[in-house]
Write a protein that binds this ligand. Structure first.
Ligand code: 13P
Length: 247
C-alpha cells in the first residue's frame, strides 16, 4: 500500500519544509508507505527535513536523458543524488500541457530505473474515451507502451508503481466510484499478468488517483485491486493527508 501526495505546482520551498515538519508526527504511525511529490526546488529541503522519518520523497517529473543540452531539464541521476526515491512519470497534466507521449513515458521509466528511482507511472482515460467505451483499451495501451522492455525482476521487487488516474476525476471533485476505479486497476493487473506473470503482477502497487479525499479514501483503498492512492488537492492539507495516509 502506497499513499503518495502530488503537490503539483504548489508551495514554495520554505512552505514545503514547514508543511512536511507538520506531517512527520501525523504520519509516524502510518502502515502505508507514504510519499510526498514536491516541486523540484523544494526537493533538497524536503529530503533533508524528512531524513530518518518514514516519509519518502518523489519528484513530479524528470528528463529521460542522463545529461546534455536540454536547457531547463532535470535528469534522474540528479534526483537520486539528492536522496529522492520516487518519480511521478507521465501524469496526465504532463501529457496534456507538455506533450508527453506513451513513448516518452517509456523512455523516462527506463531512465528512472537506471538511476534506481521508483517510477510512479500514471495512466488514465479522458471523459470522452470513457463515454466511447474504450477505457480498457486506452489504459492497456498506455501501460503496455510504458513498460516496454522493463524487466520482470523490477516488478517482483516492487520497484514500479502504476497510478490509475481517470482524467475526468482529477481536480474535479468527481471521484470514480469504488467499482469503476477497482475495475480499471483489475484490468491493469490482468495485463501485467499477461505481459509477465501472476506473481509479478501481484507485486505491483496500483494506485487510484482523482479527487481522493479524507471522506472517500478508506473505501477506495479497501477495494481488492487498489493498493493506495495518488492524491492531489487533499495532499496539500496536513489533516486531510493524515486521514488519507492512515486509511
Ligand atoms: P486531485 O486529487 O486534486 O483530483 O488530483 C489527482 C492527481 O492528479 C494526483 O496526481
Amino acid at each position: 500500500m502506497i499513499v503518495a501526495g502530488n503537490w503539483k505546482m504548489n508551495k514554495t520551498p520554505s512552505e514545503a519544509v514547514a508543511f512536511v515538519k507538520e506531517l512527520i508526527p501525523k504520519l509516524a504511525g502510518a502502515k502505508a508507505e507514504v510519499v510526498v511529490g514536491v516541486p523540484y526546488v523544494a526537493l533538497p529541503g524536503v529530503v533533508e527535513a524528512l531524513k530518518g522519518t518514514n516519509i519518502k520523497v518523489a519528484a513530479q517529473n524528470m528528463h529521460y536523458e542522463e545529461k546534455g543540452a536540454y536547457t531547463g531539464e532535470i535528469a534522474a541521476g540528479m534526483l537520486r543524488d539528492i536522496g529522492v526515491d520516487y518519480v511521478i512519470i507521465g501524469h496526465s497534466e504532463r501529457r496534456q500541457y507538455f506533450g508527453e507521449t506513451d513513448v516518452s513515458v517509456n523512455k523516462k521509466v527506463h531512465a528512472a530505473i537506471g538511476a534506481k528511482l521508483i517510477p510512479i507511472v500514471c495512466v488514465g482515460e479522458s471523459l470522452e474515451e470513457r463515454e466511447q467505451g474504450v477505457t480498457a483499451e486506452i489504459v492497456r495501451r498506455q501501460v503496455k507502451i510504458a513498460l516496454l522492455g522493463v524487466d520482470r525482476s523490477l516488478l517482483l521487487d516492487s520497484k514500479l508503481v502504476i497510478a490509475y488516474e481517470p482524467i475526468w476525476a482529477i481536480g474535479t471533485g468527481k471521484t470514480a466510484t469504488n467499482e469503476q476505479a477497482d475495475e480499471v486497476c483489475r484490468t491493469i493487473r490482468a495485463l501485467l499478468a499477461e505481459l509477465y506473470d501472476k506473481d509479478a503482477a501481484a507485486k505491483v502497487s496500483i494506485q487510484y488517483g482523482g479527487s481522493v479525499t479524507a471522506a472517500n479514501a478508506k473505501e477506495l483503498f479497501a477495494m481488492p485491486d487498489i493498493n493506495g492512492g495518488l492524491v492531489g488537492g487533499a495532499s496539500l492539507k496536513a489533516d486531510d493527508f493524515e486521514v488519507i495516509a492512515n486509511a
